[in-house]
Design a binder for this molecule. Structure first.
Ligand code: F6R
Length: 330
């Protein structure tokens, strides 16, 4: 059954990280100013996750071409595309090449792989044959290797993170994932993360629930959401009281103000939604804490897929859209 197939891939997250820790990588890319990471969907999310581990400013660009500022202040740049054929990412890379930049690349192959090899750009080719979103350990781990001088990582962080996600996906996280999925059953999940820390994980939860469970979900960031979304639950509360579940992704390193905000926000909005839950990050390093929450999100998305008898592997609309776009005039 397809849920088991994706489950096996989620179980492989730790080994993917170990692969990335050991892979022969080019010398770390120098990042004298800022780092620009381009990539979409299940590949681009690695850029978001690494942005909160970086000791340099990181911009993650998800779209065609490059941000306008790049031609004035050329940054170090890395392109992420598992398939290597995503048109937005390729257009960014082609524009970068025309500006004389030398992008680093993480891919399983495709046109991006050919460009990287042909131009001698620093690159890591990861094992192919997976859905991009199931290759998080390969993609994020390889990205970390390409920028290892510019991220907050200590020796041993990779293997500690791999061991922790193995424990969670292998059993320790299962009961919690089942409970969280029960809270979300027949509800639209809204995932909250904290700016500069767990926000990209909230985004990963949202997209994993979308793609694995074929279930709508949204995410937002604390404290920004306290300046807008907090007022949004009253007008449609006859609906939201039945159909919205909120999950906050929490971390011990949150400031006391953020902690107070989560508690007060739950108090002020809790009666207008069906359910409010939270999950705490585990582990010591930031890498472990972020990946422990990613692993829990993957497990929850699979529980939702299982509950609805949904095949988590197939993403037909994404593939059809890409085919239809290829037939459109450029
Ligand atoms: C599919 C998935 C998608 C892709 C996206 C970009 O599993 O997660 O979000 O990641 O369509 O494709 P790639 O990653 O090949 O550049």
């Amino acid at each position: 059954m397809a849920v088991e197939e994706m489950e096996q891939l989620v179980l492989g997250l730790g080994d993917q990280l170990r692969w990335a820790a050991d892979v022969e990588a080019p010398a770390p890319i120098e990042v004298p100013g800022g780092l620009l990471i381009v990539g979409m969907g299940g590949s681009g999310i690695s850029g978001d996750l690494v942005s909160v581990l970086a000791s340099v400013p990181v911009t993650v660009h998800k779209g065609y071409g490059l941000p306008a500022w790049v031609s004035n202040r050329p940054p170090a740049m890395i392109a992420l595309s598992y398939s290597g054929n995503t048109e937005e990412t390729l257009s960014a890379v082609e524009e970068a090449r025309d500006l004389g930049l030398t992008p680093g690349v993480v891919t399983a192959g495709g046109a991006l792989g050919e460009l990287a090899v042909g131009n001698g750009w620093p690159h890591i080719i990861v094992p192919g044959g997976l859905q991009p979103r199931a290759a998080l350990g390969y993609m994020m781990g390889s990205l970390l290797r390409l920028v290892e001088d510019s991220v907050d990582l200590k020796p041993g962080d990779f293997s500690a993170a791999a061991d922790l996600v193995d424990q969670l996906t292998g059993g320790l996280g299962r009961d919690l994932a089942t409970d969280l999925a029960a809270g979300l059953r027949d509800r639209i999940p809204v995932i909250y993360g904290t700016n500069g820390l767990t926000s990209p994980v909230a985004q990963r939860w949202k997209t994993q629930i979308n793609e694995n469970a074929k279930w709508p979900a949204w995410w937002n960031t604390m404290p920004e959401l306290d300046h807008n979304e907090i007022v949004s639950w009253t007008s449609l509360s006859t609906l939201t009281r039945r159909h919205v579940g909120i999950i906050a992704l929490r971390d011990d390193s949150e400031s006391s103000r953020v902690e107070a905000r989560y508690n007060l926000t739950a108090r002020l909005t809790g009666s207008d939604v069906a359910w409010v839950g939270e999950v705490w990050a585990q582990g010591v390093s930031r890498l472990e804490r972020i990946l422990s929450l990613c692993a829990m999100g993957d497990l929850v998305s699979l529980e939702l897929a299982r509950a609805g008898s949904i095949d988590p592997m197939a993403v037909p609309e994404i593939e059809t859209l890409k085919q239809l776009l290829a037939e459109e005039p450029l």
